[in-house]
Ligand binder design. Structure first.
Ligand code: A3P
Ligand code: MG
Ligand code: MG
Length: 389
């Protein structure tokens, strides 16, 4: 069975291989009821701080548990495969085709090309694999269509992982998993406006605390990027934009990733390790979509939001190096470049493959689970669309 070794990380030490800056080329939204809207910015959110520490400011701390009973929570038991991403690529390609037909451009092949097309979350798991033994287990399904490799999450495995996490009884003094998850969404809801600040009414700005938290709407950015010799198309949710999206598509977008966390005690080595482990996730997730800034909302163990802190994504690897050095960003990048080269050699021709990493395993295994077809990864509508082009 083809196996990618993660045990000798010294192979990956050194300057990092070439990386292409992620550039958004299209996007989609899920609306308030999670209906897909290809090419729509409907659910794009605008950053606005949840707290102000100026003396006399109206909110210096907030209860994140407020409104938990009203939470409109998305059903994550549904397997969405790559549907949102592929339906958007289809709409994007059809729009270019229309323009070409109207004489507005001359492009021979409108198909979006990349060696690998997947969710950002899948690449986060690969990027963090060298340093995330304990919780870094995963399963993905991959298939090859028109020479390109498409990778989805193996939803059944993810559902089982979630179940184990949700069944874990809270430690003494700890809130339930469901409530802690709500705090994350509540913080997002407190930190954004539905339109740019200048276009919002006073009520919209001041009434954010009363807004019912709903995690159905999402804005997802689709970027082209590259690691080493592999070109990638990645799609992932972005929490908010700072200011507005720039006019020129060549300019980087000032995205904001929002996170909540307990305030670490930096004198306690255990807390520092926990922090560095968390920073690995923040960095990988944000780096892959080109999100330059992360706003962390610190909360007490009871869920009271007490302060905000801003972290620049590109500075995270250096922060960790100067701390306990739990992980190394260059190793993550070099290992991912090598792993993607390995994957491209295996995933060719017909069939469906599984990409699998077990808990504490120092290896990623790739094996065929079906000799033909593309399982549910690529739907007939996308195939029909592509075959028409
Ligand atoms: P926090 O990150 O503040 O805990 P994201 O930060 O990726 O935009 O996700 C938003 C929120 O969704 C998280 O807020 C958390 O509440 C929830 N969430 C995301 N991934 C999760 C996971 N793997 N397990 C449980 N909750 C998750
Ligand atoms: Mg998010
Ligand atoms: Mg977030």
């Amino acid at each position: 069975m083809p196996t990618f070794d993660l045990s000798r990380l010294d192979r990956f030490v050194g300057t990092s291989t070439t990386i292409r800056r992620p550039r958004e080329f299209t996007f989609f939204s899920f609306d308030d009821t999670h209906v897909l809207k290809p090419l729509s910015t409907e659910s794009l959110s605008y950053y606005y701080p949840a707290l102000f520490d100026a003396p006399g400011a109206s909110s210096t701390s907030v209860e994140l548990s407020r409104g938990f009973d009203l939470f409109k929570q998305r059903d994550d038991t549904v397997d969405e495969h790559l549907d949102g991403l592929l339906q958007t690529l289809q709409a994007y390609e059809e729009r270019i085709l229309d323009r070409v037909r109207n004489g507005e451009g001359e492009i021979k092949d409108v198909r979006v090309r990349a060696d690998i097309i997947t969710w950002r979350g899948m690449m986060t798991k690969i990027l963090t694999a060298p340093f995330d033994d304990m919780f870094g287990d995963f399963e993905m399904n991959a298939t090859c269509f028109q020479v390109r490799c498409f990778i989805e999450e193996n939803h059944a495995y993810k559902a089982q992982q979630n179940q184990v996490q949700n069944d874990r009884p809270p430690r003494r003094g700890e809130a339930s998993q469901a409530l802690m998850q709500y705090w994350g969404y509540k913080f997002e809801s407190l930190s954004v406006l539905p339109r740019p600040w200048a276009e919002c009414s006073r009520d919209e700005i001041e009434g954010r605390e009363a807004v019912v938290v709903n995690n159905h709407p999402q804005y997802c950015s689709i970027v082209r990027t590259g690691i080493g010799t592999t070109s990638l198309v990645l799609a992932g949710e972005v929490d908010a934009v700072l200011g507005e999206k720039p006019q020129s598509p060549d300019d980087p977008i000032p995205w904001i990733e929002l996170k909540t966390s307990a305030q670490p005690d930096l004198r306690n080595p255990k807390d520092v390790i926990k922090l560095e482990r968390r920073l690995l996730k923040y960095w990988a997730q944000s780096f892959l979509l080109g999100v330059p800034r992360i706003i962390v909302g610190y909360r007490t163990s009871e869920g009271r939001l007490t302060s905000l802190s801003e972290i620049e994504t590109q500075r995270i690897p250096g922060m960790v190096k100067r701390g306990q050095g739990l992980w190394n960003g260059n190793v993550c990048i070099n290992m991912s470049a090598a792993f993607l080269d390995f994957l491209k050699q295996i995933i060719t021709g017909d069939g469906v493959w599984r990409i699998m990493r077990r808990k504490n395993a120092r290896a990623i295994e790739v094996f065929k689970v079906s000799e033909s077809g593309t399982a549910e990864i690529i739907k007939p509508t996308f195939k029909a669309h592509r075959e028409k082009l």
